[in-house]
Design a protein around this ligand. Structure first.
Ligand code: ASP
Length: 290
């Protein structure tokens, strides 16, 4: 008997209300609505959680609507620095890159680090050297089209991510970002940090976070959500809500997508919006921006 499959993706939490009337929310909604069905079908057809997580994050990086991949904005030194991570639940394998400047699809490099190296996290220029040496597609500064040209004076965040449960019960979490907008050069947030922005435990669940990364780092957000599910037996909605409330009390903002091993999905956020889409184990589809 086939087990249930489920997927949730996000395109970042932030002050999305400022995009009302610009057409951007409708554009992103249409993209998410069309693609979530596609990715869910892949899972139903037996494609692995790892492949679907990478496929979906790659598409979110490439579309340029979100602050990751093509849509990333330069830091305060005028260049883009990218972070990404991926984790597989069954064996807690993980890979991540931080503060890299050249990969077209950072998530592919994170997967490579997980599968092909002994490391978990590679950073900055040595990681860029690895990216070139291993033949990953690279881009220069002219490739990036910052997604945040509307209302640029307003603080905002944005990241992309996926949590996926496949037919074999494998659970994967993946996250990719250009970081917070106009971030300090060299600053790294939660997205590439296993346990903060990304975490997955086989037979339990997966989490990908978005928001002001410093708060997700300080709360070890992703791993503590799953710890609550594991140790307290909390529902995934309760656990995500508890950690998000903790982040808000500390002065942070953001959101996360999470699923449990049964394919139940939670996607809470404290900002005016979070680009998100999901199909849960009952095949119920959710798409939203605000
Ligand atoms: N969490 C990301 C970071 O702090 C940004 C975001 O999600 O918007 O780098």
């Amino acid at each position: 008997m086939h087990r249930p499959v489920a997927i949730a993706v996000h395109g970042g939490a932030g002050n999305l209300a400022r995009y009302k009337g610009t057409g951007r929310l409708e554009e992103a909604y249409a993209f998410l609505e069309q693609h979530i069905t596609l990715w869910h079908t892949m899972l139903c057809d037996g494609v692995s959680a790892l492949d679907v997580a990478c496929e979906s994050v790659r598409a979110l990086e490439d579309i340029g609507y979100f602050h990751a991949g093509k849509g990333s904005s330069p830091n305060d030194n005028g260049y883009v620095e990218l972070d990404a991570s991926i984790m597989r639940g069954s064996d807690r394998a993980a890979g991540a890159i931080a503060a890299v400047r050249t990969p077209k699809n950072p998530i592919d490099v994170a997967r490579y680090i997980m599968e092909q190296t002994q490391q978990v996290l590679m950073v900055a220029s040595e990681a860029d050297t690895l990216i070139t040496r291993e033949g990953f597609a690279t881009v220069d500064a002219s490739y990036f089209v910052p997604c945040d040209e509307v209302g640029a004076a307003l603080p905002s965040t944005g990241t992309v991510g996926a949590v996926v449960l496949d037919r074999d019960g494998e659970i994967v979490a993946a996250t990719s970002t250009g970081g917070t907008l106009r971030k300090r050069a060299g600053r790294v947030g939660d997205a590439p940090i296993i346990g903060a922005g990304t975490y997955a435990i086989g037979g339990l669940g997966a989490v990908s976070c978005t928001g002001v990364g410093e708060y997700f780092l300080r709360t070890s957000a992703a791993s503590r959500i799953l710890a609550r599910v594991e140790l307290l037996g909390e529902h995934i909605s309760t656990a995500t809500g508890t950690i998000l409330t903790e982040i808000v009390h500390l002065g942070g903002d953001g959101g996360m997508i999470a699923l449990d091993h049964r394919g139940t999905i939670a996607m809470p956020f404290s900002t005016s919006g979070m680009y998100r889409a999901a199909v849960d184990a009952t095949s119920s589809v959710t798409v939203g921006c605000l």
